[in-house]
Design a binder for this molecule. Structure first.
Ligand code: GLV
Length: 326
């Protein structure tokens, strides 16, 4: 009699490109969520029970409680470069491998960070809302006058791959003077490639005309930009957050925008998203987007494929491609 070989059983926790699901189905028994239902933690835990692997996104929290209820779990492959939804220490203690999707989204996300900075500085959504509301009746000399990008000082907090991508766009494409602050200083070759100068966080806040946040979220970076930091920025400055909600104190930012303590902000990520602090919805000088910085079709497909390939490589070759806690 022919042996029946059971495929490993995995959970794909969110809707994903059908072709990626088809690829996964060649290797795994899959429970999927193509209806893209929002599961509570208890529902996620129940679905994960008995699975050896999971395809997750930044919205799926994997912590000690979930892990304790799912002892068969061996790997969680996140379709995101950020992984603050994973308790890495708990995963390591439980012998569960975590993977993410670095590199494939760097340039797309840097494009978006730059676009959000430009839209913020040049008041693009504020002016579009004005036009759509039928308020545009005449030309005027200072209509939606914003600030320049070319020649301005670009400040970057968090100088990883995406931060460096934004720095290069600013320095080489727009003649910006680039300064940055990071946990560790870049080597001289990387600094030269970005034409970027390392400064203290204080100097960054005080000097930047446009400050872009690209640092990972952790307990250490929680509210890295709050009322005290906003108070140090120029009143003409703009702030862009494409990193994670929680890095900025959104209530303090809304107050600073309302009182014009800084000129404007561009936010792709929010504390407690998809909820947005109600005060941010009432101030005009903020560009708001729903966590889409990596969302070009080719890049989202590349991210989904990399997450899937991590699962496949782990179960077929015993080694994932982009492990976080190997
Ligand atoms: C998106 O936020 C990501 O971390 O990939």
């Amino acid at each position: 009699m022919k042996d029946i070989v059971m495929k490993p059983s995995i959970l794909v926790a969110r809707a994903v490109f059908p072709e990626v699901l088809t690829k996964l189905a060649q290797h795994f028994e899959i429970e999927s969520n193509q209806a893209d239902e929002t599961w509570s933690k208890a529902q996620l835990t129940e679905k994960l029970h008995g699975k050896v692997g999971a395809f997750t996104t930044g919205t799926d929290r994997i912590d000690a409680e979930v892990l304790a209820a799912c002892p068969q779990l061996k790997i969680c492959a996140n379709m995101a470069v950020g992984y603050n939804n994973f308790d890495i220490a708990a995963m390591t203690a439980a012998g569960v491998l975590a993977t993410n999707t670095p590199d494939v989204l760097t340039e797309t996300t840097a494009d978006f960070g730059f676009a959000l900075m430009m839209a913020t500085a040049r008041r693009m959504t504020e002016s579009e809302h004005y036009l759509r509301a039928g308020k545009w009746t005449k030309w005027s000399y200072d209509m939606f006058a914003g600030s320049d990008i070319h020649g301005a000082t670009l400040g970057i907090l968090g100088m990883g791959r995406i931060g460096q991508g934004i720095a290069k766009r600013g320095a080489h494409g727009f003649g910006m003077n680039v300064i940055y602050h990071n946990r560790s200083r870049l080597d001289a070759t990387s600094e030269a490639a970005c034409k970027a100068r390392y400064v203290s966080k204080e100097e960054l806040l005080k000097t930047a005309d446009h400050l872009v946040l690209v640092l990972p979220y952790s307990a250490a970076s929680h509210h890295a930009i709050g009322a005290a930091e906003l108070a140090q920025m120029k009143p003409t400055a703009t702030l862009v957050n494409i990193a994670r909600g929680g890095i900025v104190d959104d209530a303090a930012l809304a107050a600073a925008l309302r009182d014009k303590r800084i000129a404007a902000a561009g936010l792709d990520v929010f504390e407690g998203e998809p909820a947005v602090h109600p005060d941010l919805l009432t101030v005009p000088n903020v560009v708001l987007t729903p966590h889409i910085a990596s969302s070009s079709v080719p890049t989202r497909l590349a991210m989904a494929n990399l997450a899937a390939d991590n699962l496949i490589a782990f179960f077929t070759q015993g080694k994932a491609l982009t492990p976080l806690n190997a």
